[in-house]
Design a protein around this ligand. Structure first.
Ligand code: 16G
Ligand code: ZN
Length: 574
């Protein structure tokens, strides 16, 4: 496995910038792309080392998601398609921070590989690598491949793919039976992803209508927000990797009579920039329609994914003389200024929960014996969503800190775990126990069959905007709901988020899933006293895990009160 000279030579091509001290944050290493070649090379080493240690294929995704185009990042994927365990983050950071090649060799040998360093290298292991559309991708991809190969492990680039596709492929690769032919290990093609997801979708949807409108527009147009099934769905692709991949959903969605119109597709002729005034993060935080939506009518059904297509939110443009605008606002986002009516990750979670609840009610009761269903949220979940879960759906809820790794882990501990962050990242996880029971019952129970197919439609490794669009469209169609019906499940409490630049965000530490500040002393008491002055008030402050900033969230009875509460908490933080 381990040849120090080869390794040192390979490492010498990727020197770490002197004043750069990367840390493995909420979603891996992230920084300005020019700083990252050494980090990505070393993640290549680490992913190869983990493959050797676990005797299974691993993955690396090169992306900075919704962050600006000049940033990039790298994230490690474990053999089951999940994220690298948190226990490995410290050594990943140690490796990334080595000041010279000798240190890289030593950390890898002594701290990562241990006894495995002296074993011979297996020929059957691979690291699967994907990247997004950023201009820095080719250089960083080369660094990743060089890192993997320096440990004599096979490196396979899947090119431009979404983050959830790469996670899915790593899991699929480990489920393939190894084949003896060919020089390298047998690895899946991207097509297996579409076969799985679209295969489940087509079994869940009836065959295409015989009579399609000849011009394909009859069901679309300005009232598509008012048409739950069919109609036009406008997709904001954030000028990212989603554009090319979501295009492949066109025929599937036609089965529901849905016509896709993709915007912000990265077409150079239109000049849009990755994540710039577009994408799920922009839409959810700024509550405005993205660029390239000027001609989309008020009330239209729209959704937005982020740069690597692992987040999804829905929305409708509001105002501009559109007929539905006022109602859409009343129905849901009192928090949104004239701009959009937003259906965020909380709303997606509730839609999924309602639908899954319908199916569970139709299952034979013995099938559900001892089966635990739960919904996982973070402190950002709107209070109205949490109340809806508790009071209407009566589902157990868990609150975790921000970051997919926490929510995913919590959802995994249930048999059916629904998790979504308000920002649109989430999925629904099924336990092996539940799947086994569903498989056994599927033939005699249409509800069991439906739930089983859903587990195939929904990416089981990580939140996936592509899976998400199919899921939402399927549910809206099944229930005959419009966006307005969906929005009306519950009314969001008005909320406000602020980003504060402070001298040292590390001063603030939090507890109880980020809902209370533990340090500095006195801050939580001050926040608590302020919150009590606001009807239905709730607020918290937390250090960002991705930026040098402190974030404040506040919600209250009215938008003015939420704004005022956020402002007062911000003053206390400074
Ligand atoms: C990352 C996380 C996301 C989280 C966000 C919070 C993953 C894949 N992504 O984007 O889950 O909501 O960070 O950012 O884990 P913040 O700490 O800056 O508020
Ligand atoms: Zn993302």
């Amino acid at each position: 496995v381990f040849d120090p000279d080869t390794l040192r030579r390979a490492s010498s091509a990727y020197t770490k910038p002197a004043n750069f001290h990367p840390s493995y944050g909420t979603a891996g290493f992230r920084a300005n792309a020019s700083l990252l070649p050494s980090t990505v090379f070393r993640c290549g080493l680490l992913a190869a080392a983990r493959a050797i240690l676990l005797n299974a294929h691993t993955g690396l995704m090169i992306t900075a998601s919704h962050n600006p185009v000049e940033d990039n990042g790298v994230k490690m994927v474990d053999p089951d398609g999940g994220m690298m365990p948190q226990s490995f983050e410290a050594v990943a950071a140690e490796l990334a921070n080595c000041d010279d090649d000798d240190a890289v060799v030593a950390v890898l040998r002594d701290r990562v590989l241990g006894e495995q360093a002296s074993c011979s290298s297996p020929q059957t292991l691979a690291v699967l690598v994907g990247h997004d559309t950023r201009p820095s991708a080719p250089e960083l991809l080369a660094a990743a491949l060089a890192g993997v190969r320096a440990l004599n492990v096979h490196a396979r680039s899947y090119g431009c793919v979404t983050t959830p596709q790469l996670h899915f492929l790593v899991r699929a690769a480990n489920q393939l039976t190894p084949s003896q032919d060919g020089p390298g290990p047998a690895l899946p093609e991207l097509q297996v992803y579409f076969d799985a997801i679209l295969g489940a979708f087509s079994e869940l949807t009836p065959p295409p209508l015989l009579q399609q409108p000849a011009d394909g527009t009859a069901a679309g147009g300005s009232d598509s927000g008012g048409s739950g099934s069919g109609g036009t769905l406008y997709v904001d692709c954030a000028n990212g990797v989603g554009a090319e991949q979501i295009q492949r959903l066109v025929p599937a969605l036609q089965r529901l009579g849905v016509e896709l119109r993709l915007r912000n597709t990265g077409d150079p002729a239109r000049g849009g920039q990755l994540n710039h005034r577009c994408g799920a993060d922009f839409v959810q935080k700024d509550r405005l329609p993205p660029t390239d939506f000027d001609d989309v009518p008020a009330g239209a059904r729209c959704c937005s994914v982020d740069g690597d297509a692992d987040r999804l939110v829905y929305f409708s443009p509001v105002g501009g003389g559109g007929g539905d605008a006022g109602t859409a606002t009343e129905a849901g986002t009192a928090a949104a200024p004239a701009g959009i009516s937003l259906l965020d990750g909380d709303k997606v979670a509730m839609l999924a929960a309602v639908y899954i609840g319908d199916i569970l009610n139709q299952l034979p009761s013995e099938l559900l014996e001892g089966i635990q269903v739960c919904c996982v949220q973070t402190a950002y979940a709107n209070g109205a969503a949490t109340a809806y879960l508790r009071d209407v759906l009566r589902l157990p809820t868990v609150c975790t800190p921000t970051g997919v790794k926490y929510l995913h882990e919590a959802a995994h501990s249930a048999d059916l775990g629904i998790y979504f962050e308000s920002n649109g990242h989430g999925t629904v996880l099924f336990s092996e126990q539940l799947l086994t029971r569903l498989r056994a019952a599927a033939e005699g129970s249409p509800a069991a069959r439906e739930l089983l197919l859903l587990s195939g439609l929904i990416n089981q490794t990580v939140g996936d905007a592509i899976s998400g669009v199919l899921l939402v469209e399927l549910i809206l169609s099944r229930k005959g709901w419009t966006l307005r019906d969906w929005q009306a499940l519950y009314t969001d409490l008005p909320s406000r988020q602020l980003k504060l630049k402070v001298a040292d965000r590390g001063c603030i530490t939090t507890g109880d899933a980020e809902r209370v500040c533990v340090t500095p002393a006195g801050l939580q008491d001050a926040i608590q006293r302020t919150v009590e002055q606001f009807p239905r008030g709730r607020a918290f402050a937390r250090p960002s895990g991705t930026e040098d900033a402190v974030r404040v969230y506040a919600e209250a009875d009215t938008q003015e009160q939420a704004d005022e509460l956020a402002r007062r908490v911000a003053v206390q933080v400074y």
